[in-house]
Design a protein around this ligand. Structure first.
Ligand code: CA
Length: 409
């Protein structure tokens, strides 16, 4: 009986169960948003299922966003996941739950939580070195002096985080090539992607109290794929000395499905060997492995251009959380932080066009023509999977975005 009998090997089997928010696309159907859990190519209306089974979690799940579940905390997250796993695997529940499953093709997926603060990091050593070589070719070290001592990050714009499938309007702004005498204004001609993983905070923290490394799982609910769209020409002219601003803030896309950390226990790996001693609040030598073995794939118009391995990230999500709160800054439910562009050591593993084309020098050959940066009409899709229990794969929700032409001011 579909959808219970998910094919063997499906990356969205009962071992995964990511959370999202959906509504029925049919205008004659009930239009309200509800929390959904993905199983194969169906979504379970989690609130309706909880009511039908008389579950105590109906209050957390019969909601238009994930916000109440995010705020409920680690014990509730584990309990709800255990309950959901039983619902979709125990045959006795099949008849009760069948009416509450909807094919993915019948639903519209929405941004699943209210994004509070948004922070983006810069945690891939390969990415940082590539960018250093491209923009500071004369520097003695392609890494800045602070890079191995702290996870570099900046505060982004949470209000422009959008769900997968949302079109991205090409941004306009100022740019000035080094040889030009004055800046010009116009649509970005170096529109790029950054393939990243986003971490979603559930449990808030108190202002003035740093969150230690070991408390990561108590605060972070799960993760998603994230595309940090970047206008390289706007960014290059504006970023000195305060960092990214309009070159990034026009849009950030996230997947519609949030994968709970509990689904990724088999994907945890040790991060790369630390080459510099770490200050105690970042020293994770005695902590559980902080990396994740996520295999990301980047496609432009359906053609795979890169396969960045997340396991190569130097700084872990736990270290990033500890660093962003070490000054006493508090966490709020719905805070989102990006890992930074994921780039592996080889050319086919780079997570941005900036690196893949070496700042436009080496065009990519796609079936529909050459590409240095994105053209109007290009659609970028990020997908990923991680090792799951017993040789299974845990699929992450895809992030898709189509570039539409600039709008004149
Ligand atoms: Ca980024």
């Amino acid at each position: 009986m579909p959808p219970f009998d998910v094919p063997e090997g499906d990356p969205f089997g009962p071992h995964n169960l990511p959370y999202g928010v959906f509504s029925l696309t049919d205008p004659a159907g009930a239009p309200e948003r509800r929390v959904g859990v993905r199983l194969g190519d169906h979504v379970l209306d989690a609130g309706a299922a909880a009511h039908a089974l008389g579950s105590p979690y109906a209050g957390l799940l019969a909601q238009p966003t994930l916000d109440p579940l995010l705020a409920a905390g680690r014990t509730a997250w584990s309990d709800v996941r255990r309950a959901l796993t039983a619902w979709v695997t125990v045959p006795a529940h099949r008849e009760t739950l069948a009416p509450h499953f909807h094919p993915l093709s019948d639903v519209t997926l929405h941004l699943p939580f209210t994004v509070a603060d948004y922070v983006d990091f810069y945690a891939s050593e390969n990415h940082a070195r590539n960018v250093g070589q491209i923009f500071r070719p004369d520097a003695a070290d392609s890494l800045t002096p602070n890079w191995k001592h702290l996870p570099i990050g900046y505060h982004g714009r949470s209000g422009t985080v959008v769900v997968s499938g949302t079109d991205v309007v090409r941004p306009s702004g100022q740019r000035k090539a080094p040889a030009d005498t004055a800046p010009v204004f116009g649509p970005s001609i170096r529109l790029d992607i950054e393939a990243e993983v986003g971490f979603v905070v559930g449990t808030p923290s108190e202002q003035g109290r740093p969150v230690p490394l070991g408390d990561y799982r108590d605060h972070v609910f799960g993760l998603c794929l994230l595309n940090d769209w970047s206008a390289r020409d706007i960014q290059a002219w504006e970023y000195v000395p305060l960092g990214p601003f309009l070159g990034k803030s026009f849009a950030t896309s996230v997947s519609a499905w949030i994968t709970p950390l509990d689904a990724l226990d088999d994907a945890r790996v040790a991060p790369p060997v630390r080459t510099h001693p770490l200050l105690p609040y970042l020293d994770d030598a005695s902590e559980e492995p902080g990396g994740y073995d996520l295999r990301i794939s980047v496609a432009i118009n359906g053609h795979v251009v890169s396969e960045p391995p997340f396991s190569t990230m130097y700084w872990t999500a736990a270290q990033q959380l500890a660093h962003m709160t070490v000054n006493g800054a508090s966490l709020r439910t719905g805070d989102l932080y990006g890992s930074g562009t994921v780039s592996g050591a080889s050319e086919g593993e780079r997570g941005s066009l900036l690196e893949l084309t070496w700042n436009g020098r080496d065009a990519l050959e796609l079936p529909d023509g050459k590409r240095t940066f994105l053209e109007d009409g290009d659609e970028v899709t990020l997908t990923a999977w991680a090792p799951g229990p017993g040789g299974t794969r845990v699929g992450l929700g895809e992030v898709r975005g189509l570039i539409t032409p600039a709008v004149s001011p």
